[in-house]
Design a binder for this molecule. Structure first.
Ligand code: AMP
Ligand code: ZN
Ligand code: FE
Ligand code: FE
Length: 282
């Protein structure tokens, strides 16, 4: 089993990178990708654990980006695999995103503190130093304060876009992000492109534009895609000569997603390994 999209405590997963690799080994995953939001800070710990547990490791990240289509900005997630983590262009963008994620979390906590008993210290208590901050950590602070039962309830109510507490954050343009991932030697794959329950999704014309800019693949098999969406995306991938991946988007205890619930074909992993600057650790 090959699972190419998971999160650790380096971003909004609930398992440390080492524990995540152990969970993967126990679930029978042969090759795992660690793809924390806008950071590679979990790579070293995951690599160490992967060697101990005999799990193959694809070092990756999930890059926040904004696709500009006809005046609308649609938030998209770009999986980057096997890139140089120190490449200045990509690093500058992810650092800017993480900085603004922190400012945004501060603004959201300020707004929330008018109605709920949470402070910045309460949010920090839910995170490791250096974590890429996200709404899931705010959700955890709200759970600790007794305002909601779990992350799902927080996302369905208080933290939904459109509430008076929601604040967006900076992210680079999606076409520029695809180019930056390629410039860093990475393999860019568009994450959950048809996840319409999260909000607007990008039109096929934008996926074509991303393909022209160097996009390598589409994450087709993902729990946020209906069977119909998967068929449509598979056809689109074929017509644009893009790879097709599948993955769990596992977040530990923070989401229902089970590790390995969707998987990627071995020949697709081979193609990614071929295109990437770094090696798959085995
Ligand atoms: P943010 O990027 O800070 O706006 O937060 C959105 C992120 O929260 C997405 O990457 C989701 O995968 C993640 N997330 C974690 N747990 C949940 C949950 N229970 N419901 C919805 N999204 C979640
Ligand atoms: Zn996440
Ligand atoms: Fe995502
Ligand atoms: Fe994700």
């Amino acid at each position: 089993m090959i699972d190419l999209h998971t999160h650790s405590t380096a971003s909004d997963g609930t398992d440390s990178p080492a524990r995540l690799v152990e969970v993967a080994a126990l679930a029978g995953i042969a090759t795992l990708a660690l793809t924390d939001h806008d950071t590679t800070s979990g790579w070293a710990e995951a690599a160490d654990a992967a060697a101990r547990h005999g799990v193959g490791l694809v070092r990756g990240a999930e890059i926040s980006a904004i696709a500009a289509t006809r005046g609308w900005g649609t938030g998209v997630h770009l999986l980057a695999y096997l890139h140089d983590p120190a490449h200045p262009g990509l690093l500058a963008e992810t650092e800017r995103t993480r900085d603004d994620r922190e400012s945004r979390a501060r603004r959201m906590v300020d707004l929330l503190s008018e109605d709920y008993p949470i402070t910045w210290a309460d949010l920090l208590a839910q995170t490791q130093p250096g974590t890429t901050l996200g709404r899931p950590h705010i959700a955890d602070a709200l759970v600790a304060a007794g305002a909601v039962r779990d992350r799902d309830e927080a996302f369905a109510t208080i933290l939904r876009p459109g509430t008076r507490y929601y604040v967006g954050h900076y992210a680079p343009d999606a076409v520029a992000a695809v180019r930056a991932v390629r410039a860093a030697g990475g393999v860019p794959v568009l994450a959950h492109p048809g996840a319409d329950a999260r909000g607007r999704v990008v039109p096929d014309s934008m996926i074509e534009e991303l393909a022209d800019a160097g996009l390598a693949g589409l994450e087709v098999d993902h729990r946020d895609h209906t069977p119909d969406t998967r068929r449509r995306l598979r056809d689109l991938a074929e017509s644009l000569d893009l790879l097709v991946t599948g993955s769990s988007d596992f977040h530990g205890a923070g989401k229902q997603n089970r590790i390995g619930e969707n998987t990627t074909a071995p020949e697709v992993l081979d193609a990614i390994a071929e295109q990437g600057l770094l090696e798959v650790l085995r």
